[in-house]
Design a protein around this ligand. Structure first.
Ligand code: PMP
Length: 418
């Protein structure tokens, strides 16, 4: 029996009996559903995952001009599937800052890290294959894994990330049933959506548990450089280059609109990625790759990152203050030391999915916790709130609106219970 994601065929779709099972089962994430609503100017969105691109927009203008004058028609033609060598070289230097030793020939450039996730699922997942993730986990990864009908399960986590003993126990239990997870997908640093970081102590443990059981690790690492507090924690890929596929992106340090991501994989797997990628899009845009490479080698990255960290920290603090001021007592949230998101858990019996419509009516948007679980049922009391994109004034007002709706919901739900 294939995993079922609640898809109901659209009876008005005249083509409904022709789709492949995997296409029929695709569904829109809550975030995508919200996109249309978020165009309404009266709504303050804390739902997105955008960075504040105004921080680097002037760099983009400079880099576009430089790229065209330096590379001319090379930037405007097709490129090779692996990605432009100049960018791949620059990416090795970027990763070296985090202690990752990788060579340009080990890298495949992708259309954002999201394409890396899609190719990953395409290469590895038969329908029903077991994949493990943190719970909650990145909604776009769930979309990619779902579209290849994988059986996605979550492993227990706490405030320090995946719990190694629980992971080992889970893997041993499924092994006793003759199953092995195809891979463990982790966003170990400033996880989207929870903001959690897998502790430095646990990282080698997780690696050795997976190695002993022959389970690949996928390290998806978009946020590590957006750290505004605390000590950096070494990426898993800096601890070993075996058994790990590493995904990176420039979306959070440069611009999501460039759609420049990359992956680093063991050689034989890397070859599969290149073939799958060439089938998907021939190559990533040489133009945006070269604009990105021009930016990475411009010398401006450290100062821009410093500015980004300062701005996001201020916004995170404003959001935490507003949470304290406006949300019902009993609401909890851990202050993330970096990244883009705050994960807030509201008191029972609030149901954040049910509350969404009222929140939109009240003029503010968030993503409910259920979107980040494979079963779309857990996480009912939680919400993901984005602090990187909205201004300080919008954070204050958006949180005030959400707090008011949460209070109303709580009163209403309690009156029903009583
Ligand atoms: N992985 C994670 C954990 C993310 O949060 C995101 C973006 N929100 C992505 C991958 C995809 O990023 P992009 O495709 O823009 O590189």
């Amino acid at each position: 029996m294939l995993p079922h994601n609640g898809y109901m065929p659209n009876q008005f779709d005249p083509y409904r009996d022709r789709y492949a099972h995997r296409a029929a089962g695709m569904s829109r994430s809550e975030i995508r559903e919200l996109f249309a609503v978020l165009q309404r100017p009266e709504i303050i969105s804390l739902a997105g995952g955008n960075t504040d691109t105004s921080i680097v927009s002037h760099r983009v203008t400079e880099c576009v001009e430089l790229t065209l004058s330096r590379y001319g028609s090379e930037a405007l033609g097709y490129g090779i599937g692996e990605g432009h060598p100049v960018l791949r070289e620059a990416l090795t230097e970027l990763m070296a800052l985090e202690g990752i030793r990788a060579q340009a020939h080990q890298i495949v450039v992708t259309d954002g890290a999201q394409q890396g996730l899609e190719l990953l699922a395409k290469i590895f997942c038969e329908p029903g294959d077991l994949i493990l993730t943190e719970g909650p986990t990145y909604v776009g990864a769930l979309g990619a894994f779902d579209s290849f009908q994988a059986d996605v399960r979550t492993v227990p986590t706490d405030e320090h990330g995946v719990i190694p003993d629980a992971l080992a126990e889970y893997l041993d239990t499924v092994a006793a049933d003759g199953r092995r997870a195809k891979f463990l997908y982790l966003v170990p640093t400033f996880q989207n959506p929870s903001g959690t970081t897998l502790s430095a102590e646990r990282r080698p443990e997780v690696i050795s548990i997976c190695r002993a059981r022959d389970v690949l690790i996928i390290e998806d690492n978009p946020y590590a450089q957006v750290r505004f507090e605390g000590e950096p924690v070494p990426p898993l890929r800096s601890l070993t280059d075996e058994g790990i596929i590493y995904l990176g992106t420039l979306s959070k340090v440069f611009s999501p609109g460039m759609r420049v991501g990359w992956l680093v994989a063991p050689e034989t797997i890397r070859e599969r990625f290149v073939l799958a990628k060439e089938a998907a899009d021939l190559c990533s845009s040489p133009f945006t790759q070269l604009v990105a490479a021009t930016y990475l080698t411009s010398g401006h990255v450290p100062e821009d990152l410093e500015m980004t960290r300062k701005i996001y920290k201020e916004r995170r603090d404003a959001m935490l203050d507003a949470l304290d001021a406006y949300f019902p007592p009993g609401t909890t949230a851990r202050a993330p030391e970096g990244g883009l998101f705050l994960w807030a858990t509201l008191p029972k019996p609030i149901d954040t999915k049910a509350m969404r419509a009222q929140a939109l009516e009240g003029g503010a948007a968030y993503v409910s916790g259920t979107a980040f679980y494979p079963d779309k049922r857990q996480g009912r009391q939680s919400m993901r709130l984005n602090f990187s994109y909205p201004s300080l004034a919008d954070i204050e007002e958006g949180m005030r609106r959400l707090g008011r709706v949460a209070h109303q919901e709580l009163e209403f739900a309690t009156s029903l219970e009583g």
